[in-house]
Design a protein around this ligand. Sequence first.
Ligand code: NAP
Length: 452
Amino acid sequence: MYTVTNPATGELVEEIENATDEEVSAAIGRVHLGYSSWRRRPVAERAKIVSRAAELFAERADELAAIMTLEMGKRINEGRGEVGIVVDIFNYYADNGPALLADEPLEIRGGAAVIVKQPIGALLGVMPWNFPCYQVARFVAPNLVLGNTILLKHASICPRSAQAIADILHDAGVPEDVYVNTFAASRQVPSILADPRIVGVSLTGSEPAGISVATEAGRNLKKTVLELGGSDPLIVLDSADLDETVQATATARMRNCGQSCNAPKRMIVLADLYDEFVDRIAKHVTDFFQPGDPADPATKLPPLASDAAADEVAGQVRKAVEQGATLRAGGNRITPGAYLEATVLTDVTPEMDAYHEEIFGPVVMVFRAADEGEAVAIANDSPFGLGASVWGTDAERMRRVAEQVEAGMVYLNRAGGSSADLPFGGIKRSGIGRELGPAGIEEFMNKKSIRL
Ligand code: NAP
């Protein structure tokens, strides 16, 4: 069942039956058939349609933001911001796609060759609820320009976002059998991956879902992109203005109610600043991030996406405290609604579950490091390797630390961001492959060598 439940109130708004196996098979047939003509359209035509989609996303930003607020509790202004980056992504691939797909001549020993860049077929996208529009855009925009077709299975709490996105793409001129939304259940994903008409899969979501999809894709020898969880380190080396650093880092952590894969979930502060940093961030999150209605633009802390999500994060915090961590702020579940107080934990050690897990909610963990070397060691002592950030005043020192951190992307004096033209993705258990930027159009591409 796909369901719409307002996380601010707990009210059940809509239920939609899952697609039957026959409907899923028919949807696969459509994107398979759609590929034969879409791949032959000139790239400039595909790019023009993608550019029109960008315009429609911009026109419907308020509608999309309201849907996200209802479905998963996103603050209304954050929803509008999310649509802004979706517009950037569609425009980026519309503008740059044709050049990124140009033939690449290659001098080789005894002759010459050319690499031509071609699509590979119909793809499955499995998407999460935390950024209902942005995650879809990262996968869909480059692949439409490249000439692949898409079967999209969205998170089961986001059916209205899924439908609104499909409507925009079709209204922009993407043929009905080039982008197909399916309300398939996750248990139907293995049979989709076993179907020879689907040639690849991109999943953004949790580790267990990634393992399941990678296993099935491997069994069927299908190309996979996985964008999974993270517990990004944020290293504070020094600060010219500690209040500014505290506010900026707390804002990055609390964005999307802490439900961002690349939020700075582990703050690692050098010993001389640590005590002051902890006091100030505990006070700041308590004073500033007060819970409220996500539809009210003044609200700073919305609910989490569901009661189950809020219970899970509250449980992780409780367990950390039982295992010996110190609660410096928040920690309480607030009902009705899926609310959790903005929380700060310290004294989390490697013996505790929280040290190794992703905490997907408004929870700051702060660690003390004796020096730069220990900060890097703590940062790398994690199963994840998505993003990281380094904060300070000495550009050379920050760059040196950035190079030592095990992560797919590192930001200096900023955290948790993303932009259309910068590749995004992780290493270790955070995933395989990249989205966005030039790399994002290459994942499901046949870079065909032609020996001249
Ligand atoms: P999730 O539970 O894994 O769900 C993601 C998608 O996978 C949903 O469409 C879900 O369908 C589907 N799914 C779940 N289990 C599956 C299975 N066994 N086989 C096939 N599909 C399955 O993740 P989430 O809770 O929505 O998202 C939060 C996670 O995503 C966090 O860990 C976050 O860090 C990660 N994330 C990563 C990135 C990145 O770029 N690295 C970006 C955003 C989020 P149903 O809804 O029907 O269960």
